[in-house]
Ligand binder design. Structure first.
Ligand code: ADP
Ligand code: MG
Length: 243
């Protein structure tokens, strides 16, 4: 496998707490990888470190041919190669959905407003949000907001999408519409690393599942193997909570 994104032996501490303890993970182009693990296991920290939202203490991160963990890189430029969606509070509340979606294209890519908006409207239309383009986020349901946040994340054609428990804050009846959009992106060939507690979805959509426990990868493999026949006791214990 030639990796599009490759993290080698990542270490990260907050104060004296080692949150990532030698995590190595790879993501091939068009691959969908789900990161599962208990709350506090380091999933968000891993995603934040990969996208340079958080500095690592040690290790190496390669994106394509570039060592993006090199302190000399232009971090803002690297960040724009990732599309990131968090659990909540993704959209700027004081801007319309359309302005949210086009902001990065206009500011980072210096794209003309007219072009950025035309493309954004196409994307919003694709996810059924064309009629919300001029609304502020607080006029949208949580599910619509997360779909808009995903549209914003993909509007700049990022190389990798990092999704951090994007359905965890949603009312249960709104989870499906957001996961359906992720499924579509996966089918369209997006490269996705997602932290999730949606085991059924991970089983269904991910090509590979990584189980993180205490800042270490305990086990990883195809979903049928990891969910169907986990090798490690800790994986079995963790998965038992979801059945
Ligand atoms: P997960 O996403 O799997 O729930 P996190 O990566 O959010 O786990 O957190 C892992 C550990 O790191 C937790 O103990 C958390 O309290 C700690 N942590 C995360 N971010 C920070 C931070 N900015 N400052 C201090 N501790 C943090
Ligand atoms: Mg988290």
């Amino acid at each position: 496998m030639t990796a599009l994104l490759r993290a080698e032996d990542l270490w990260k501490s907050f104060d004296d707490r080692a949150v990532l303890q030698g995590v190595s993970v790879e993501l091939a182009a068009h691959e969908v990888v789900a990161v599962i693990g208990a709350s506090g296991s380091g999933k968000s920290t891993l995603l934040r470190c990969l996208s340079l939202l958080e500095p690592i203490d040690d290790g190496r991160i390669l994106l394509g041919d570039d060592d993006i963990s090199d302190p000399r890189v232009d971090a803002n430029r690297v960040r724009s190669r990732f599309g990131v969606v968090f659990q909540s509070y993704n959209l700027f509340p004081h801007m319309s959905v359309l302005d949210n979606v086009t902001l990065a294209s206009r500011v980072v890519r210096k794209e003309a407003k007219k072009d950025a908006e035309a493309r954004a409207l196409l994307l919003l239309d694709r996810v059924g949000l064309a009629d919300k383009a001029r609304e502020h986020p607080d006029r949208l349901s949580g599910g619509q907001q997360q779909r808009a946040a995903i549209v914003r994340a993909i509007a700049t054609d990022p190389e990798v999408l990092l999704l951090d428990e994007i359905t965890s804050a949603l009312d249960p009846e709104l989870v499906g519409e957001v996961l359906e959009l992720v499924r579509q992106l996966a089918e369209d060939g997006a490269t996705i690393l997602m932290a999730t507690h949606e085991m059924a979805f991970a089983r269904d959509v991910a090509h590979r599942v990584v189980f993180l426990d205490g800042g270490r990868i305990v086990e990883q493999g195809p979903p049928a193997e990891l969910f169907g026949a986990p090798r490690e006791a800790r994986t079995r214990e963790f998965l038992a909570r979801f059945t």
